[in-house]
Design a protein around this ligand. Structure first.
Ligand code: J2J
Length: 541
């Protein structure tokens, strides 16, 4: 379970050698990184958790907390290569837990706070997790009850650790103990964690990232975004998501010796107060939030003058909205087009303003290989749009334990099929034109159509269902489920369909926004449901 290549395909040796020779992979690990920072500048503030009472961690304190927690995990039998599902909101315990796991070489499996029985049950079972870390109650939801249900159905799951009041489980605060010796720790080429994919299939795939490759993406991101020891980064999006974690994110900021401040809620009232109080210099937002912040900035009494840079990405940011951000918030804008599988593109601080508002940036690395191809995998003419394929020093070569899916998600020579439709400008910047994958991007939150279709299909009155995106002014896209009822079935109301999905226990953002009943689906020439036609019907509504 330790070596990439066993549970997931890894880079061929000649590529790995090339990436090492180029200085991309430097043989660092996350555990070692924190240790070095703590030695270099022990008293600098690494982390601030402002709620409910402001708490700070210096680099030394974070390093010691990680050691003690790692020792406690190890004493409970959690070891190198073991998987631990981590579902925590933006709280200090999140950072302590993942660094403790890094230190012993156990792999965090990142879950979002919004995930429920279906997703968590799948992550725990599929990864054969030995432990699951939860908050007690978050956003009005009791995660201890969720954990009890999941544990009952998952034989591998020996431990549930609760940040806060543990109920029937173990309190995270009881875990730390004195380390008895140095941890063996993972090697730099080994897996660091399993990240979540947005997904296009019935169940989410897990993304195996190594210390070497992820640390390279952080270093590259830091350089592009100008992250240094003076950076004060506000973590507005869920900390487990790849964007706020690594682009450049809280991990990038910790790598640079700066300060990460955890924002408990993303609304302008909460965030603006923190920006003023903590003298925040940088943050990352999805487009809908960037819109709300842009609108709220005019009326705010808070002093936002410390803000230097806002990154916007995760979904297409409209040019009109992008034009308004810099004047409204009096700071620089950078667009970012990234993916948890690897490749991240940024506009640059020295790009001309038109490029910043009209493109989604260019790759981090000179060794990011980009192909833009037609349906037959042939390169399109320069400047034309097509499918984006990519390969490089921080893009995975395959999902974790998914050989079948990997055959279609990657080319034979190791390019990842992103499912995005892009074109390249003469300057090498990418413009996202659309998407070929069967996924709905709900303001940065990804919904795999198949996952929700499978759930709705289980309803006894439903004959067939097709989930498509409808344009939405605020979110960019919302979900619409077209449902065909069984012959003779009692008519259903759309609220009943939504309730059915919700009661299956999925993240709320996956519950269809709209449900419509139809008699038939448009067909393609070969008798498959034409989602393309369904989408254009939906658009005309
Ligand atoms: C259009 N679509 C975009 C953009 C992502 C940084 C930023 C974002 C993510 C992320 C990330 C887009 N315009 N600017 O991991 O490190 C869509 C594409 C892409 C998918 C990836 C990061 N930025 N997208 O969003 O794994 O369709 O990562 O393939 O969640 O989001 O989603 P995800």
């Amino acid at each position: 379970a330790l070596t990439p290549g066993v549970d997931a395909p890894t880079w061929p040796d000649d590529f790995a050698e090339r990436y090492r020779a180029a200085g991309h992979w430097r043989g660092e690990t996350f555990g070692g990184m924190l240790r070095e920072r703590a030695a270099a500048h022990p008293d600098r503030i690494a982390l601030v958790d402002p709620a409910p009472e402001r708490r700070t961690w210096t680099y030394r304190e974070l390093d010691e907390a990680a050691d003690r927690l790692a020792a406690g995990f190890a004493a409970r039998g959690i070891g190198r290569g073991d998987r631990v599902v981590v579902q925590l909101p933006n709280v200090g315990a999140f950072v302590e837990v993942v660094f403790a796991l890094f230190r012993i070489g156990a792999l965090p499996v990142y879950a979002l706070p919004a995930h429920r029985d279906t997703e968590i049950g799948h992550f725990c079972a599929f990864s054969e997790a030995v432990a699951y870390v939860v908050p007690d109650v978050h956003a009005g939801y009791d995660h201890r009850e969720l954990a009890a249900r999941v544990q009952a159905g998952t034989p591998s799951l020996k431990h549930v650790f609760v940040a806060g009041d543990p109920g029937a489980h173990t309190a995270l605060s009881e875990v730390p103990c004195e380390p008895t010796g140095p941890f063996a720790g993972p090697a730099p080429h080994e897996l660091a964690f399993l990240q979540l994919s947005g997904g296009t299939t019935g169940v989410s795939k897990l993304i195996p990232r190594t210390h070497d490759d992820y640390l390279y993406s952080l270093r590259g991101s830091n350089e592009i975004c100008g992250v240094d020891a003076d950076t004060r980064f506000l973590v507005v999006l869920p900390a487990a998501h790849n964007f706020p974690m690594s682009s450049p994110g809280w991990l990038g900021v910790l790598y640079a010796g700066g300060t990460a401040v955890l924002c408990p809620k993303p609304d302008p009232a909460t965030a603006f107060e923190l920006i003023e109080r903590e003298r925040i210099t940088m943050t990352g937002l999805v487009p809908p939030l960037a819109l709300v912040w842009t609108d709220a900035a005019a009326a705010t009494a808070h002093d936002l003058s410390s803000l230097e840079l806002i990154l916007v990405g995760g979904a297409k940011y409209s040019e009109q909205a992008a034009r308004r951000l810099e004047p409204a918030l009096d700071c620089r804008l950078m667009q970012v087009f990234g993916m948890a599988e690897g490749l991240v593109n940024y506009t640059r601080l020295d790009d001309d303003p038109e490029t910043v508002v009209t493109t989604q940036g260019r790759p981090i690395s000179p060794d990011d290989e980009i192909r833009i191809v037609d349906d037959a995998d042939q390169d399109v003419p320069e400047g034309a749009f097509g499918h984006l394929l990519t390969r490089g020093p921080y893009t995975i070569r395959g999902y974790w334990r998914a050989p079948e899916h990997n055959r279609s998600a990657f080319t034979e020579d190791g390019f990842y099929r992103t499912g995005d439709i892009v074109r390249r400008t003469p300057s090498g910047h990418l413009v996202v034109e659309g998407r070929a994958k069967d996924q709905i991007n709900r303001g940065g939150e990804k919904v795999a159509a198949e996952e929700i279709e499978n759930i709705i299909l289980a309803h006894p009155a439903v004959h067939d269902v097709s989930l498509v995106a409808v344009p939405d002014e605020y979110l960019g896209e919302r979900t619409l489920a077209y449902v065909i009822l069984r012959e003779g079935a009692e008519p259903l109301r759309s609220v009943a369909v939504k309730r059915f999905v919700r009661e299956r226990g999925v993240a709320a953002y996956k519950v269809p926004d709209l449900v419509e009943f139809v008699d038939a689906f448009p067909q393609t020439g070969i008798g498959k449901v034409s989602k393309k036609q369904l989408r254009s019907t939906a658009e005309r509504r």
